[in-house]
Write a protein that binds this ligand. Structure first.
Ligand code: AMP
Length: 211
């Protein structure tokens, strides 16, 4: 089963994609995580990627698609894409490459809520787990529950960059929602409640799509 989770930055795509991936035994593929892995390499391309990510813009389709293809090729059981596609061109590339999407979930969260969520977000650079200073506290302050590494704030999770990321989302990513609605695979889910209720709403949308 191939799934897509859409929504603005901080909507909870990563949190939900991870849970859904475990429940349905599909791969959780986050292009943001793939790009952050690239940043650990010291190359000219990684320096360029870092500059774009820190400014809140989109990395080139060519780079992201190459990383995605490498990651997806061994996945036999399907996947849930988190952070891809980010514009119509990327959605069309998925279609052209023959990836059939069974269900696309669009998480709906208001811009004001996003800013509050993102400003408290804590990220593990080692295993990519995500926590929140208020809503999803780690057991030990600033230490990852999963792998024990130190938690930090992402360098693009500050008020100025979040505003730019939200603009990019409304301008370039939102039109994708129509793309998947026209294909008949889209369900919008309210992303403002608690994690468990949102997971249940997503699972029910996916099972309806699979009928
Ligand atoms: P995320 O972890 O999904 O919030 O992504 C963090 C940043 O990585 C974004 O603000 C973009 O700069 C970059 N990025 C992630 N996915 C994509 C994509 N599909 N296309 C272009 N840039 C991306």
């Amino acid at each position: 089963m191939n799934l897509i989770i859409l929504g603005p930055p901080g909507a909870g795509k990563g949190t939900q994609a991870k849970i859904i991936a475990e429940k349905l035994d599909v791969a959780h593929i986050s292009t943001g995580d793939l790009l952050r892995d690239e940043l650990k390499k010291d190359t000219e391309t990684s320096a360029r990627i870092k500059e774009i990510m820190n400014s809140g813009g989109l990395v080139s389709d060519e780079i992201v698609v190459e990383l995605l293809e490498k990651r997806v090729k061994d996945e036999k059981n399907g996947f849930i894409l988190d952070g891809f596609p980010r514009n119509l061109e990327q959605a069309e590339i998925l279609d052209e490459k023959g990836f059939d999407i069974d269900a696309a979930i669009a998480l709906d969260v208001m811009d004001e809520t996003i800013v509050e969520r993102i400003s408290g977000r804590l990220f593990c650079q080692s295993c990519c787990a995500v926590f929140h200073a208020k809503y999803h506290k780690p057991k030990k302050e600033n230490i990852c529950d999963v792998c024990g590494a130190a938690l930090t704030q992402r360098s693009d999770d500050n008020a100025e960059v979040v505003e730019k990321r939200l603009n990019v989302y409304h301008e370039l990513t939102e039109p994708i929602i129509v793309h998947y609605a026209e294909k008949g695979v889209l369900t919008a889910v309210d992303g403002s409640g608690n994690v468990e209720d949102i997971t249940n709403a997503i699972l029910s949308a996916i099972s309806k799509a699979a009928e």
